[in-house]
Design a protein around this ligand. Structure first.
Ligand code: FAD
Ligand code: NDP
Length: 455
């Protein structure tokens, strides 16, 4: 065998798996078809958050006046400036990832890789053999969810724009739709969202879904719930969304935010007797095994929980299992996650709906308030974004099952509370914790009266 491990895909999961395996002394190769770093670093989490920081200034400038600042003129946002700075930053990060691989002793093969029978990978003319192979090729935007959608931009193209459109339509209401609707609106774009559900963010706690809709509307995003275009038609300039019943809406630009599909086509799965699932995913068991000896899959390719920390944790757990005789699995039952709209959402643990459906006896604590920073400015001077918090507590054991929040710094706050939940914290632990004052986070240790009990 040429290598102990060949990893196909140098994104979050692949890089983590290959470096950890090399640290255990394995001979490792990684194959990358595009730029090293993957979705998160180059066209996902990182550039998205950098655009969020830019968007945040939209409200900061407005609020600054209320705090006594005089701003010389109406501040203007230059997408081209952001674009140049973002490209420089992602190029720097890509270089960093390449150096990390090299320093770890991982051999990089550049080109599209595919399986060529058990234990064999082909990259162009190169033929590699390996004891173990990890598939870590991630996912890409779906481009066939409705007629004409293939002519629209996806998050990939959005993050490469040199100039912002004046009027944008966003189709979908998941993570990507909500985050970019919120950001674009704060950067001065007129945004309308079209989606088939009643509220955005299917799968999130109902309190968060309603509050996210209110926050988007407060930022002047038009919400067209239950309205899904039947076709998108490119015009000489812009697009027409055909809404059925003879109605069509014209916009300058459309974001296709209708989900992502695992990159399994062209991976040579058939050469080892595997077929992808109907949604394109490579199915794995809890130990990330595909069912073919020595072949594993991690990250977005498996369509289990499409988050960077999950891909990284899976890569590392697999490398430890294969090369350090410390078999372990990643627990996906309590993964904290965030949606970076403004203000952001963060959650850890099940939703109230899920607990109700499971018939769990649950005590619900909730609060919502106008945050101090906005209250100071008075009604009318702010976008009226309230902070909402919820704790779901097992009525029998008193254990805190879930934390949900929308409000400034929610992802930072919930990340810390996730540690408490992992440690099995009870409501009594929360109650006996003293507050840090004045903060928003202190409300989580000051919740006294339940708002309801389930069932
Ligand atoms: P990827 O990072 O996609 O890496 C796969 C790699 O495989 C790519 O480099 C690709 O070029 C390569 N590849 C594909 N096919 C082949 C082939 N045949 N041969 C060789 N190489 C191949 N997650 C979060 O946790 N927080 C966030 O805030 C967040 N924001 C996001 C924002 C956006 C706009 C998007 C699109 C995603 C976001 N995500 C976020 C999700 C996160 O980016 C993914 O979950 C994560 O990147 C998955 O890692 P991965 O290693 O599975 O795949
Ligand atoms: P999501 O799965 O979050 O949302 C997809 C959206 O597309 C939903 O609103 C869905 O509607 C809609 N949709 C799906 N199929 C169709 C169709 N045929 N016609 C019309 N609408 C359709 O996917 P995203 O692309 O937003 O994000 C992909 C994944 O990337 C996320 O699930 C997440 O794991 C990850 N991500 C994470 C981020 C973070 O951590 N902050 C940020 C961005 C992405 P419906 O709800 O009705 O099914």
């Amino acid at each position: 065998m040429d290598f102990d491990l060949v990893v196909i895909g140098a994104g979050s999961g692949g890089v983590a798996a290959s470096r950890r395996a090399a640290a255990h002394g394995a001979r490792v190769a990684i194959v990358e078809a595009g730029r090293v770093g993957g979705t998160c670093v180059l066209r996902g989490c990182v550039p998205k958050k950098l655009l969020m920081y830019a968007a945040q200034y939209g409200s900061t400038f407005a609020e600054a006046r209320g705090y006594g600042w005089t701003l010389p003129a109406a501040p203007q946002f230059e997408m081209a400036h952001w674009q140049a700075a973002k490209s420089a930053e992602t190029t720097r990060l890509e270089g960093l990832y390449r150096r990390l691989l090299e320093a770890s002793g991982v051999t990089l093969f550049e080109g599209a890789g595919h399986l060529d029978g058990p234990g064999r990978v082909r990259v162009g003319d190169e033929r590699l053999t390996a004891r173990h192979i990890i598939l870590a090729t991630g996912a890409s935007p779906v481009r066939d969810s409705l007629p004409g959608i293939e002519t629209c931009a996806t998050s990939n193209e959005l993050l490469d724009l040199e100039a912002l459109p004046r009027r944008a339509a966003i189709i979908g209401s998941g993570y990507i739709a909500v985050e970019f609707a919120s950001m674009l609106a704060r950067l001065g774009v007129q945004v309308a969202m079209y989606f088939r559900a009643e509220l955005p963010l299917r799968g999130f706690d109902p309190m968060l879904r309603a509050a996210a809709a209110a926050a988007l509307q407060a930022a002047s995003v038009e919400l067209h719930a239950g309205v899904l275009p039947q076709r998108v038609r490119p015009l000489l300039e812009g697009f027409a969304l055909e809404l059925g019943d003879e109605r069509a809406v014209e916009v300058d630009w459309v974001l296709n935010a209708t989900g992502r599909r695992p990159n399994s086509a062209g991976l040579g799965l058939a050469s080892v007797g595997l077929a992808p699932r109907a949604d394109g995913a490579v199915a794995v068991d809890d130990a990330l095994r595909t069912g073919v000896d020595g072949l594993y899959a991690i990250g977005d390719l498996t369509q289990r929980m499409n988050l960077t920390p999950v891909a990284i944790a899976e890569g590392r757990a697999l490398a430890d299992t294969l090369f350090a005789a410390t078999p372990r699995q990643v627990d996906l039952t309590r993964v904290a996650h965030a949606v970076f709209l403004l203000p952001p959402i963060a959650s850890v643990g099940p939703t109230e709906d899920e607990l109700a459906a499971a018939g769990r006896p649950v005590t619900v604590f909730e609060t919502d308030f106008n945050p101090m920073r906005q209250a100071f400015l008075g009604a009318g001077a702010t976008r009226g974004e309230r902070t909402h918090m919820k704790l779901l507590v097992d009525s029998g054991s008193d254990r805190v099952l879930a934390v949900h929040m929308i409000g400034a710094d929610a992802p930072e706050i919930v990340q810390s509370l996730a540690v408490a939940l992992s440690a099995g914290a009870t409501k009594a632990h929360f109650d006996r914790t003293l507050a840090v004052h004045p903060t928003a986070a202190e409300e989580f240790v000051l919740l006294r009266e339940p708002v309801r009990r389930l069932p």
